[in-house]
Write a protein that binds this ligand. Sequence first.
Ligand SMILES: [Mg+2]
Length: 335
Amino acid sequence: MVARRSRIPAQAGIQGYDTPTSAPVALDPRLRGDTVGAVVKALTLATAAFALSGCVVAVGNQSPAPVAPATVAGVPAGMQYLYGSGEAVAASRQTYSALVRYVQQYQRDRTTLRRMPLQAVLAPGATLAQPTQLTCTGKAAVVFDVDETVLLNTGYEYSDARGGLSYDASRWERWERSDGRATRAVPGAVEGLAALRAAGVTVVFNSNRNAATASYTEAVLNRAGLGPARHGETLFLKGDAPGGSGKDARRALIAAKYCVVALVGDQLGDFTDLFNAGLKPAERRAAADSPAIAPLWGNGWFLLPNPVYGTALAGDFDDVFPNDLRWSDPGAPKE
Ligand SMILES: [Mg+2]
């Protein structure tokens, strides 16, 4: 397969994104190749408990600041948003609507334009500064992550919230082997996948659920109205290719067989493992918003919201609140 330059012009001056410094180790199969989500989730719960006790914490060189509770009535705010809010429905449907429009336009352009279109999958040797894309050959496909992309794991997260628990591999495996009755399709996913299939596009899933539980994942996807999903054909799982929780090797397998028109996920690792190559939160945010990467959002790369777990939930006060974006209330009581 021939690699061509990205549709997006390469940009100079984006330093530090093109040299992976460490191989990530995954604990949570819902994530894309790092441990941040599980760790942060545990810290979030601990911080919430600390805040509810009425304590304050010192932050960097700032004065001690009160910490707002992360939960209301025991339900973490992220779960309220993703599983309980109309806003999450709107955001998810918005993404699926944009995806279907994009793919339909891509299909029209592919038949009417002379130039060879590009895949949404990056080529070997690509960097975040120069995200070279593979050329398009073969039948069109769209590659979806599973968890919190097409399927909401509401039942598993209920067990987290109810028990005040963080991610647990054994409990997650039991969840993978469950009948899926406590899952729901992400709003817009059933209609979106049906529209893509009606347009002649193959729907492929690339998930970090385990290959050993493939038959259960097939059944859950089919039950939710998202199938057909067939392991090894349209369902690729952790263990199907080298790289552990990294998804690039599985993406390469899929891209060798199909023209991957779009990638859809809820974690940046659903698009390229380069995002999980040891970047600090601020570097990762800058990379996602860089001139080389930013135009891919909504143009081949489509993100679903996930404030419940994952690589987004990282960063201390210095990461999240840069020095030039801090305000101190002049009306606050003097100490
Ligand atoms: Mg996911």
